[in-house]
Design a protein around this ligand. Structure first.
Ligand SMILES: [Fe+2]
Length: 285
């Protein structure tokens, strides 16, 4: 029997997983084990600290369910989600990716181009439009724009029993010009949920939980790489200090205030309203 020590335990674990058949899984797990062991040695982790980490993971599992994923939020608030986005972004260009966040739901209702999502929602009317194109600039017809955003109270529909199902979320197909357009309310800056383990962590780190106003998008089209991203209000007070590190300069846009009655009539909204334009570029596979 080998006498395990601080000096040889890492290699013993690496040896134990040598039968991992998938070469990529072996590479990832070996590196993870090496880094975790190095971390434990580096900080001289105490028994109490190890227990606190296990408790954090336990609580994260307990609070996670179909409409809330505290693991995703942990990854987001530690900058890991964004780091994965950044290292996997296309070096040849295209729209930058940003965090999925914990509030996406698959299968939102399909709506037509020009849909008005406002319904009974309070907030500042906003008309959003743009195109989906290839990196070469060709319009992509039939791309699916999947959008979700907060209501004026800073909550997503699936966080808030007072909002109707599918409120402020939808899917839309682009037309032959790759065009999409919808009318909504301006999303507001909001705090990520702080009533779970992530809230305790942010407190410990002396950080706030705010995210700048943003629209979440999933954009997909046959033969193209799926894009998950966010489009931010460049004037938001938290634009420089997003608690989940999702902001990229290329994803910030102005919310231009339009006061013309004629323009308001054209889009069927009350004046004044905000006008936002954003074009997506997808990598061809
Ligand atoms: Fe969000």
């Amino acid at each position: 029997m080998k006498n395990l020590t601080e000096g040889n335990i890492t290699e013993a674990v690496i040896e134990a997983i040598k039968g991992t058949k998938d070469p990529r899984a072996k590479e990832v797990m070996s590196s993870l084990i090496r880094h975790l062991h190095a971390f434990v040695k580096d900080v001289r982790l105490t028994q109490a600290e190890w227990e606190a980490a296990i408790e954090y993971l336990y609580d994260t599992g307990q609070i996670t369910g179909p409409t809330r994923n505290e693991f995703v939020l942990t990854s987001d608030t530690l900058g890991i989600s964004s780091l994965v986005d950044i290292i996997n972004s296309n070096p040849d260009g295209g729209t930058e990716a940003s965090v999925l966040g914990p509030f996406y739901i698959e299968g939102s209702k399909m709506v037509e181009i020009g849909a008005n999502l406002i319904g009974d929602s309070e907030g500042e009317p906003t008309v959003v439009s743009g195109t989906v194109r290839t990196l070469g600039g060709d319009p992509i017809e039939g791309a699916i724009i999947d959008l979700w955003q907060t209501a004026a109270n800073g909550l997503y529909e699936n966080q808030d029993p007072d909002q109707p199902e599918n409120n402020l979320r939808f899917r839309m197909r682009t037309n032959k010009d790759g065009y999409y357009q919808f009318t909504t309310i301006k999303p507001v800056s909001y705090k990520v949920p702080t009533d779970g383990p992530v809230g305790r962590m942010l407190d410990l780190q002396g950080r706030h939980a705010w995210r700048p106003s943003h629209l979440h998008y999933k954009v997909s089209a046959d033969g193209h790489r799926n894009l998950i991203t966010e489009v931010f209000d460049e004037g938001d007070e938290y634009i420089e200090e997003d608690s989940v590190f999702g902001v990229r300069q290329s994803l910030t846009v102005p919310y231009n205030l339009v006061t013309s009655e004629e323009e308001a009539e054209k889009y069927g909204v009350a004046s004044p309203f905000h006008r936002v334009e954003f074009d997506f570029e997808l990598e061809t596979l």
